[in-house]
Design a protein around this ligand. Sequence first.
Ligand code: PGA
Length: 250
Amino acid sequence: MNRPLIVANWKLNKTINETNAFIEVLIPLAKDTNDIDIVIAPPFTALHSAHLALKESNIRLSAQNLFHEDKGAFTGEISPLMLVDVGCNYVIIGHSERRQYFQETNEIINKKIKAALKHALTPIFCIGESLAEREAEKTFDIIRIQLAEGLKEIKPEGIIIAYEPIWAIGTGKTATPEQAQEVHNFIRNWLLSFYGKDASKIRIIYGGSVTPENIESLMNCIDVDGGLVGGASLKADSFAKIVNYRRRKS
Ligand code: PGA
């Protein structure tokens, strides 16, 4: 297993004041977690204040999206340069909500991953199948296409994969550890055959109804290197329980 990574994906939630209040509670609760990487992904408007509030902490900052150009006539977009400028180290790319509501294709996602890497932002590249695709036994085909098209012409260094079955996002229906491990193992093997042995260092994190109650059993899976947490990351005490899953065990 690689060094664990737990990411809070706040989606379209939290003002600047709410972000600061969350961080104030989280920092002391997360201070003994030096054996894992912790990242929070607030909305764009709260990134600057979050960066200032996190400065002396072990918690890093992520954006939830970017545009693939550095600058220019692209009204309403945010570039990787701007994310670095505001203090981000990571960026979530290709979340299923962006694929579903904003028509992001694998080709667009590939451009975004390249843009992030060009500016030393770590992309958290999301993939996952819908319920219909799982029921039609197309999970591995979908994952294979998302990986092949999303990672086209991209080197393995500095990428993170987030496996998020769409049927598990925000539904309370977590994949069982066996279901998660099965797909994570498929992803690991695909990466190994695409990149060679360096791929064993690529972190593959799981997302979809992760909670303080199920994080430990998911993290016990050999190919699960972390979690991408939505709903359960919105309250500092709940997210703190998740990042302390190892300490709660002992
Ligand atoms: P959830 O969201 O934890 O609320 O299911 C996860 C995600 O969409 O990243």
